[in-house]
Design a binder for this molecule. Structure first.
Ligand SMILES: Cc1cc2nc3c(=O)[nH]c(=O)nc-3n(C[C@H](O)[C@H](O)[C@H](O)COP(=O)(O)OP(=O)(O)OC[C@H]3O[C@@H](n4cnc5c(N)ncnc54)[C@H](O)[C@@H]3O)c2cc1C
Length: 422
């Protein structure tokens, strides 16, 4: 492949596409990044409504993400962290779990006091030691895998800690309640939680892709432009125009990639819903995530992002974010009322004064991370001599995984250009 001054086209302005474009630009290439929607960011976007910052679906940036740290100026994101640990909602009361990733002993004592399962304390400590023993956490993705739930049983954890902590916590991370996700993702995310903190940027999660986009030369990004078809050296747009190019990187989410690459289109994914409320008083004072131990409830977790980042709400107001897992099976209005009914049991009639700000229904939130799908992670970005791919489905299904896959695709393009010119 030779670029001979022609552009490389990156399709998709999520974190994978932006990182890939940036690395290609740093490698001296001319880039065009084509994004279908109104702005870059992909699944990491933040809307501003009535002075509140609403991330499109509750998500957090792990301060320990190793690849993101290479591409982002974390300092200027002004990250602020949730309190390590969480609150558990069980049997009509709340229990504090101090910090199971760094202080398993204190933390688990706090959950199970006064009975205390001493054996669980040492097992969490051992689990933590194992996932932290590798300097590079991505090595954990090479380990033999089973389901996350099976791995927890293999580690010998008690039913109590699995039901009361691991299930509610990891169902919110994996966006599925049975924990059939690969044990590799359990290891990787446990390692991330134990090495760093769950944070929010001051300007909302979208500040992350915006920081990458700002480094691209002016005119590189073309939004509101959808690619309908690709061939070696040719990109067709849905308005009928065609663009010729030296190489193409498909950096879309998996379903769109399957269409463009005419690849196997059988894929499964995880869905989520997030309701935001404007509340006068914070229902929980601490900057913690509240997990619901009742897996049959509509509410999986709740938090007040503005207790973590005050910029998420106007002065004297509190932003409440409520996450549910699975596809939306009722209208947004009915969903809000069902959420309110459950939360009235938690916080009393204050909940009736909360004003709904927005409900996000995100059918395609994460690609399926089950054992079979993690086995087939698309590690090689080359599809043909001039077509490449990246995206979170090619790596860990995460912000860091998307960035890492973009880096890998750009490295492959640059290597091929170099070998063609030598
Ligand atoms: C609700 C939710 C919660 C999450 N929580 C976390 C979390 O806490 N921590 C974490 O690390 N990760 C989390 N994630 C996952 C993380 O956001 C994603 O893994 C990551 O953003 C994926 O980036 P990407 O670039 O691979 O894909 P995307 O962000 O999906 O980007 C793909 C882009 O391609 C564009 N596109 C598609 N088709 C075309 C076309 N034909 N032509 C042009 N453009 C096209 C799309 O518009 C989109 O902008 C969460 C995701 C969601 C939705």
């Amino acid at each position: 492949m030779s670029s001979s001054g022609r552009e490389i086209i990156v399709i998709g302005g999520g974190l994978a596409g932006l990182t890939c474009a940036l690395m290609l630009q740093k490698g001296g290439q001319k880039i065009q990044l084509i994004e279908a929607s109104e702005r870059i960011g992909g699944r990491v976007k933040t809307d501003q409504i009535d002075g509140f910052l609403l991330d499109r679906g509750f998500q957090v940036f792990q301060s320990s993400y190793p690849t993101a740290a290479k591409w982002l100026d974390l300092k200027s994101l002004n990250l602020r962290a949730f309190r390590n640990g969480c609150l558990l909602r069980k049997d009509d009361s709340f229990k504090v779990v101090a910090d199971p990733w760094r202080n398993p002993l204190d933390s688990l004592r706090s959950i199970f006091a006064p009975t205390g399962k001493l054996s669980d304390f040492s097992k969490v400590a051992r689990f933590r030691q194992r996932v932290r023993s590798e300097k590079d956490p991505y090595v954990l993705l090479e380990s033999p895998q089973t389901t996350a739930i099976e791995r927890l049983h293999q580690c010998g954890f008690s039913t109590e800690i699995i039901e009361d902590f691991f299930k509610p916590f990891y169902s919110g991370v994996f966006l599925e309640k049975e924990l059939t996700t690969s044990s590799r993702m359990l290891d990787f995310t446990f390692s991330m939680f134990s090495r760093g903190e769950a944070t929010l940027p001051a300007d909302g999660m979208e500040a992350i892709p915006r920081q990458l986009a700002k480094q691209l030369h002016p005119g590189t990004i073309r939004t509101q432009t959808t690619v309908s078809e690709i061939r070696d050296g040719l990109v067709k747009l849905d308005d009928g125009r065609s663009l010729s190019c030296a190489a193409i990187v498909v950096a879309t989410e998996m379903p769109a990639a399957a269409r463009l690459l005419q690849a196997d289109s059988s894929y499964t994914y995880r869905s989520t819903r997030c309701v935001y409320f404007d509340a006068g008083n914070a229902p929980v004072e601490s900057p913690s995530i509240v997990l619901n131990c009742d897996m049959n409830s509509i509410v999986n977790s709740l938090c007040c992002p503005s207790r973590v980042q005050p910029s998420y709400a106007p002065e004297n107001r509190t932003l409440v974010s409520v996450t549910s897992i699975g596809p939306l099976d009722r209208s947004p209005h009915d969903h809000v009322e069902a959420v309110r009914d459950e939360l009235r049991e938690w916080f009393g009639s204050d909940v009736d004064r909360w004003r709904p700000l927005s409900t996000y229904n995100i059918p395609y939130s994460l690609p399926d991370q089950s054992v079979a799908n993690m086995e087939q992670i698309v590690k090689t970005p080359r599809v043909t001599d001039t077509i490449y791919r990246c995206g979170d489905y090619c790596d860990t299904r995460s912000i860091d995984g998307a960035i890492r896959s973009g880096e890998r695709a750009a490295a492959a393009v640059l290597a091929d250009l170099k070998s063609a010119s030598s």
